[in-house]
Structures are given as C-alpha cells and as structure tokens.
Ligand binder design. Structure first.
Ligand code: NAP
Length: 259
C-alpha cells in the first residue's frame, strides 16, 4: 500500500532502539525524511546510518535527553517544521505505590506526560498552518489495564491520554490527527529489563521469566518493533485522516476485554 507520505518530514523521539526505532524505520520505508533522537550518540548514529543506507531518505540525528528543556530545544531546532511527530521516551522504573516521592512523580510526569505535551505544543501550529499533520504518541497498554508495579507509568500516561482526547478534537478540522499507540509487551531492551525484574523477584532465570510473561498473552509471544512501526506508519499515512483521538492497543490480545 502506498501510504501517500513520501517526501514528508517526521520527528521521531527516542528512536535509536526499540519501538521508536521501529516507527522510524517504517516511516523511512514509506519515503519520509527523518529527525531522530536518543541520548546515546553511538547507537543513534548507527541507526541513522542504517536508515539512510537502506531507504535513501534524509536522516538527521540529534543526541539529547528529550525530557529536558535543553534537549527538547535542540531537537526542535534541528527538526524545524515537521509534518509528522512521534513522541516517545524511556518508561519510569517499577516499584511500590507507597514508596514513590513527589520527585519520583514529577520525573515520571515530565518524561511521559509533559514532554509529549510540550512537543505537540511546539509542532502543532506548523501542521495546522499547512493544513496537514500527524501525531502518534507511544504510551502503554497500562492506559487500558493498569500494571500495578508500573504505577508511575500508569499515572503519567493516563494524564497524557486525557490531554490527547481533548486536543485531538480541537485540531482535527485543520487536517491534523493525534492518536496514541498502546504497546503491550514487545521484544525490546525495556521488555528485557522487566523480565529481569520478574526473574529477580521470583528467583528464576530470565528465560523462565520471559516464558511466564509470554504465557499471559493470547498470541503467546512478544510483539516486534517492526509490527509496531507498521501500525505507526499507517496512522501517520494519508489514508488515516479520519482516525482521530484513538488509543490503539497492540498487545497480542493480552487485555481481556470485548471493546
Ligand atoms: P527501549 O527498547 O529501551 O528503547 C528506548 C529508546 O528510547 C532508546 O533508543 C533510548 O536511547 C531512547 N530514550 C530513552 N530515554 C530517552 C530520553 N530521555 N531521551 C531521548 N531518548 C531516550 O524501550 P521500548 O521498549 O522501545 O519502549 C519505548 C516506550 O514504550 C517506553 O516509554 C516504554 O515504557 C513503553 N512501553 C514499552 C513496552 C515494551 O514491552 N517494550 C510496553 C509498554 C510500554 P538512549 O537510552 O540512548 O536515550
């Protein structure tokens, strides 16, 4: 399918690895020029070189912490006017509801709620002026079904979801769509870390922890970054202009609900 976005420009945050990289690659495959970001320069430059060589698109890499004011300013300055924004950042650490301090909550809110909000505030005016734009926020399945040990994530992402629900309906008349992608477990470094947490808590090895977590998913496997990226590219495509303010769960059926 021709996604109809060849030659457009996208900013994909936190994209040297994992789900962000999957989104960047699927957009590159559709002919979209990219600005990609992550903190670590080495993996980021490797990803940028791979995308340029494989898909022949322009890729600008900006090594910066997207959750900091200075990092965001550097990324936005390099990106300029973008047609497509994919927001992403690392997730907060697991823990227990009684242990988190105000600072822990502020950090989680900064990373997983206020950072995407600031990125949208910076890029939506340009999209509105052009009469076309796409925003996809990578959130989490925890928005639909809480993951108890990830209370910081549950909290911050619920806030972002509320912001998107209203804002998506304010910008839609300008040809700009905002939607959220909600990953269930995908085979990335983040999933490895969470598997390690389960392994440690239960005194088992990581392979056993992975198997245990896979058994909770009707598809009986973790998702891939490529599958995730394909869904992202579709939401960013010219075909998806009537999909507004939705929360699409990509979880192999793990959340057990009818609607
Ligand atoms: P990942 O494999 O650990 O990759 C994270 C990517 O983000 C890396 O490129 C990392 O590079 C970059 N990054 C992290 N913090 C950053 C920051 N502050 N500024 C800029 N770049 C940053 O993670 P993932 O699995 O793709 O997860 C992406 C998001 O989806 C996370 O918020 C995660 O909580 C959420 N999620 C993931 C899953 C899953 O199963 N994978 C499930 C639900 C939700 P650097 O470290 O070099 O910055």
């Amino acid at each position: 399918m021709d996604l109809g976005i060849k030659g457009k420009k996208a900013l994909v945050c936190a994209a040297s690895k994992g789900l962000g990289r999957g989104c960047a690659e699927a957009l590159a495959e559709a002919g979209v020029d990219l600005v990609i970001n992550a903190r670590g320069a080495e993996a980021l430059e490797e990803t940028a070189a791979y995308l340029r060589a494989t898909y022949g698109v322009e890729v600008t890499a900006v090594a910066a912490d997207i959750t900091s004011d200075a990092g965001r300013a550097a990324v936005l300055a390099a990106a300029g006017d973008v047609d497509i924004l994919v927001t992403n950042a690392g997730g907060p650490p697991p823990g227990l509801w009684s242990d988190w301090s105000r600072d822990d909550f502020i950090k989680a809110l900064d990373g997983n709620m206020l950072t995407p909000v600031a990125l949208m505030q910076a890029t939506l005016p340009g999209m509105i002026a052009k009469g076309w734009g796409r925003v996809v926020n990578i959130t989490s399945g925890s928005v639909k079904a809480p993951i108890p040990q990830l209370g910081l994530s549950n909290t911050a992402r619920a806030g972002l979801t509320g912001f998107v629900a209203g804002t998506a309906r304010q910008v839609a008349e300008h040809g700009v769509t905002i939607n959220n992608l909600l990953p269930g477990i995908h085979a990335t470094d983040r999933a490895d870390q969470l598997d390690d947490g389960v392994a440690k808590a239960q005194g088992i090895d990581r392979a056993a922890a992975t198997k245990q977590r896979q058994a909770t998913i009707p598809a009986r496997r973790y998702g891939t970054s490529a599958e995730f990226g394909a869904a992202c590219a579709f939401l960013c495509s010219n075909k998806a202009g009537f999909i507004v303010g939705q929360n699409l769960l990509l979880d192999g059926g793990a959340v057990n609900s009818t609607l």
